[in-house]
Design a protein around this ligand. Sequence first.
Ligand code: ARG
Length: 491
Amino acid sequence: MAEFGSDDGTAVRRDRFSGGPARGFVSSLSADERIFAADVAVDRAHVVMLAEQDILDDATAGKILTALNVVEVEGHGALPEGEDVHEAIETAVIEQVGPEGGKMHTARSRNDEVATCIRHRLRDDLLDAAEAVCDLRAALLAGATEHADTVMPGFTHLQHAQPTTVGHYLLSYEQALARDFERLVDAFQRVNRSPLGAAAFAGTPFDVDRERTADLLGFDGVVTNSMDAAAARDFLVESASALATLATTLSGLAEDVVLFANQGYLALSDDYSSTSSIMPQKKNPDTFELVRSVAGDASGSLTGLLTTLKGLPRAYNRDLQNATPHVWASVDAVTEAAVVAAGGVATAEWQVGTLAEAAGSNFSTATGVADLLAMAGVPFRTAHEILATAAELAAADGRDPDYEAVDEAASTVLDGSLSAYVDRDAVEAALDPAESVAMRDSAGGPAPDAVTDQVTEADARLSTDESVVDGLRESIDESHERLTTTVTDYV
Ligand code: ARG
């Protein structure tokens, strides 16, 4: 029998496998700091369950749980050597309790243990990401409320297309982020299942109560099949995918902000800008450029994860150890990007005058005038031709299209005159960017009234989503308390 409680940290290892030149390569101990607290919780829940099931006597359970309290207080940095955090914590327990401490690992394997720890930790991280998304949505909605009627140019192909409102623009990202939020919470639901009790993959002859450990750890049920429970990492893929999708949304917003800052549509706060080490006048949108770049990291994490998982045979392979850090990297980077984007959006100042001027340039009201003619009975295709001709006429003269240009174009395209369909005032109104926007009051459109309606709806949806996150956090917190109280009965 191996010596227990030895100083070399090999209490749980057979000497034959306690070292070797690849020791560092195989070890995940430092990366496992992330799941240190989760592992302590998983160990506690497992030991409590073993005692409740009479697999472990209460006195030994008490000693192990007391040792785990010490491990928790001393922290990850004080752990003895080990291939990973699971082994190191077990060694630390055995060092305190003696050989009986080795009973902690009855009826389980590191395979179900690590899968449980990752899920336990990832739940919190996903909720942090979801909360950051909510905060960004709140910042966008505040801007949309303030700028429901601030006219700005809207773009397709990065060309001035039709005037819109800042409120409408901001709401477009709020709505996309509401879906990103849904994807994170949806991933959370499947992350929040316990694999514990699967053992290596093949179950255990001990009469374990898997529902009990799941409940003590705040999971919403178990991953039933023990082979699936040990092997499954699709919960990581879903999380990384939701994060990459969110990062892609953030990158679009960041790109717009960089362009808008360039055009003088938006003034970023100094707090979210940087300068040049050589060009003293420069104010650069570095924070948003970095937000934009995070989509690269997040999609790299997703690709790295999928490529690591591809073709892995059942049931456990050590490749899985390298799969997890992709998700930690992604969730940290994307959550931070969402937080920074929220701050940057909340403190940016929309330049109302510049926006109004830009909104009227490049004949971006042409579609609105064509719509006006179509509403008066001109076939839309004919109206489109009239306005295209007006654009050409004005461009040839080097002037902004006005009523005269539209009238002249109409006379070349229509049999009758323009005034047979619409009066001059109506055309001039449609040529005005603010009037043009106000006309487009269809549901979800840019007209100030439509924006206000969308803000009301989005505010309500955001409150519901915020309470979803609060509810999930509360139930996790309650499970921590339940576990702590249950442990107290033994120590
Ligand atoms: N550190 C390992 C991981 O992250 C724990 C599982 C080790 N299991 C094994 N069969 N070697 O996957």
